[in-house]
Design a protein around this ligand. Structure first.
Ligand code: ADE
Ligand code: ZN
Length: 326
């Protein structure tokens, strides 16, 4: 088994972490009070995720927290906390963080990014953790809204935005709807990833053929289709897996046996990275995801280090940026 001390000290590269899902319960309570937003539960049970019924219930709480993030300083603060307490404290060297503008209704994109950028800069100065942003499109909203957001991203393009993603519930927004938005992003030089939690494997083919994704977030159902699995191996598609959040099957398509699914994906030759998704909301952190996975599968510190090397290869820094992490 890998101890918590060893796991904490292993260098990590974080490719699957949502900003809103990184807000600590104490911070969520303060921001809600600051803006007069009622929380659906008290601070003690806000993040008692196993008591939630479904991914939908989880996401509605996530939305309440998102609606309590309003001014640039809120975004600065939660970004800084994610990168320091939730990152550097766990030897995370580099994080590509999902920012979902649609989760913050009424807040201008420029305000969100001004705060996020300030938090990123402070975390780099104080703790040496580097970071970039992936702007996530909200798949439960319309394709038209996603296309408009991509135009906004391109218009306000600054160098910390390295790509786009697709989040929220897959059954409420199948990937094919977003082909136009993703192709526009591709033409503007943005990288592409998308969540695929509930499946089916056909959705992964759509991510590759129509959205031109080079990474897939979660994607455990890939093992149920040998041809799709083979193709993802051949094309070097990276899968950003989240052991703890996915162990609760009704959230990320894993469920009982999700650790074994990760092991099967790895043995099949897929490129796998490990991260924490929505760390405080799922009661986890980057160290804990390593410890839990190693405990379930008998992985060694060496195996865990391999995930970090894969994440360095799969990240969206340029070659000299990647070399800086090696
Ligand atoms: N946003 C934050 N966490 C998510 C998850 N597990 N699935 C979809 N969207 C999310
Ligand atoms: Zn996620």
């Amino acid at each position: 088994a890998v101890t918590e001390k060893t796991a904490r000290s292993l260098p990590k590269v974080s490719l699957h972490c949502h900003l809103t899902g990184s807000v600590r319960a104490a911070t969520a309570v303060e921001l809600a009070r600051k803006h007069g937003v009622p929380l659906p539960r008290d601070a003690g049970s806000l993040y008692d995720i196993p008591s939630y019924e479904s991914l939908g219930e989880f996401l509605r709480v996530y939305d309440v927290i998102g609606s309590a993030m309003r001014d640039a300083d809120d975004f600065r603060r939660v970004t800084y906390e994610s990168l320091t307490l939730g990152g550097a404290d766990h030897t995370v060297l580099y994080r590509e963080i999902f920012v979902s503008p649609a989760s913050h209704p009424g807040v201008p994109y420029a305000t969100i990014m001004e705060g996020v950028r300030a938090g990123m800069r402070e975390a780099l100065t104080d703790r040496g953790i580097d970071s970039r942003v992936i702007v996530a499109l909200h798949r439960e909203r319309s394709a038209r809204e996603a296309e408009a957001l991509v135009e906004t991203v391109i218009e306000h393009r600054t160098e910390e935005v390295v790509g786009i993603g697709l989040d929220y519930e897959e059954v409420n927004g199948p990937p094919g709807l977003f082909a136009t938005a993703f192709r526009r992003a591709e033409r503007a030089g943005l990288n592409r990833t998308a969540h695929s939690e509930s499946g089916p494997p056909r959705h992964i083919e759509i991510l590759l053929d129509d959205l031109h994704c080079t990474r897939v977030d979660h994607g455990y159902h890939v093992v149920t289709s040998p041809p799709v699995l083979r193709r993802c191996v051949d094309e070097g598609i990276a899968f950003t897996c989240t052991p703890v959040s996915s162990d609760i099957g009704r959230y990320s398509g894993g469920g009982d046996g999700s650790h074994e699914l990760i092991d099967r994906m790895r043995r099949a030759g897929l490129r796998i990275t490990i991260d924490s998704d929505d760390p405080p909301m799922f009661g986890t952190d980057p160290t804990n995801d390593f410890v839990v996975l190693a405990g379930a599968l008998g992985y060694t510190a060496r195996d865990l280090a391999d995930f970090t090397f894969t994440a360095i290869d799969a990240c969206w820094l340029d070659d000299s940026g990647k070399d800086g992490l090696r």
